[in-house]
Design a protein around this ligand. Structure first.
Ligand SMILES: CC(C)(COP(=O)(O)OP(=O)(O)OC[C@H]1O[C@@H](n2cnc3c(N)ncnc32)[C@H](O)[C@@H]1OP(=O)(O)O)[C@@H](O)C(=O)NCCC(=O)NCCS
Length: 198
């Protein structure tokens, strides 16, 4: 079952998951500047074709915010409960139409550099997967990243996603260093059988 075949009657209005250390919430105007700083950082954007301009970053935040308005879920703004600061995004959203596995929902993340190495991406993504499986009733969730993105692939491993395929990204030419991507997947049964670990 994919997200667009969900019964609208069971769709909640606005989902904003909470974890021990994170609040995943709707985007606010004051998130735009720190999000632009994250997207302008070459280390954060190492596995993307380029860093983002302020306009591109704002457009991206606006798109994420719009999806949460219409669906109640998406790539949420992630706020640290400890520092009370916006630290990036974590969430779930439909796979872009130009990818072979479009129709599925992906789990994704991007955090400001000072917040790496604390388990926050995994903690937030686990809450996002719980929404996907327990509130939206999805059967599976995917994730993908450039083959060389070791940190992101480690998050997928920690979450219990399985590496199922490699593919060439259709928006990047075959000779581009980031062309090759790895696809991961977790089913509701696999996620459920991890119970006790999340
Ligand atoms: C991908 C990304 C979110 C990973 O962040 P991360 O902090 O490495 O991932 P996690 O949240 O799972 O944290 C795990 C690390 O925190 C450590 N850690 C510290 N305290 C922890 C705790 N309380 N619980 C769990 N892990 C903890 C773990 O040991 C691990 O350390 P290691 O990297 O030395 O092995 C981050 O690198 C990023 O934003 N990258 C840029 C954007 C990007 O590439 N996004 C994906 C594109 S598809």
């Amino acid at each position: 079952m994919t997200y667009d075949r969900l019964d609208p009657d069971i769709m909640p209005n606005l989902i904003e998951p909470d974890t021990e250390r994170l609040r995943l919430r709707q985007w606010r105007p004051e998130d735009r500047a720190p999000f632009a700083a994250i997207n302008a950082n070459p280390e954060v954007m190492e596995f993307f074709p380029r860093t983002l301009t302020r306009d591109d970053s704002d457009a991206s935040a606006e798109a994420f915010e719009g999806m949460i308005v219409t669906s109640g879920w998406g790539f949420w703004a992630a706020e640290s409960k400890v520092e009370h600061a916006f630290i990036g995004f974590v969430g779930i959203k439909p796979v872009p139409d130009d990818l072979a596995f479009a129709g599925a929902v992906e789990v994704g993340w991007r955090l400001a550099r000072p917040y790496w190495g604390r388990g926050l991406a995994t903690e937030g993504a686990r809450a996002a997967l719980r929404v996907a499986f327990e509130q939206l009733g999805l059967n599976e969730v995917v994730s993908f990243t450039a083959e060389g993105n070791r940190r992101s692939r480690a998050v997928m491993d920690r979450l219990g996603l399985r590496h199922v395929a490699d593919f060439g990204h259709p928006r990047l030419p075959p000779d581009h260093a980031l062309h090759r991507h790895s696809l991961y997947r977790v089913t509701v049964q696999e996620f459920g059988s991890q119970r006790g670990t999340h």
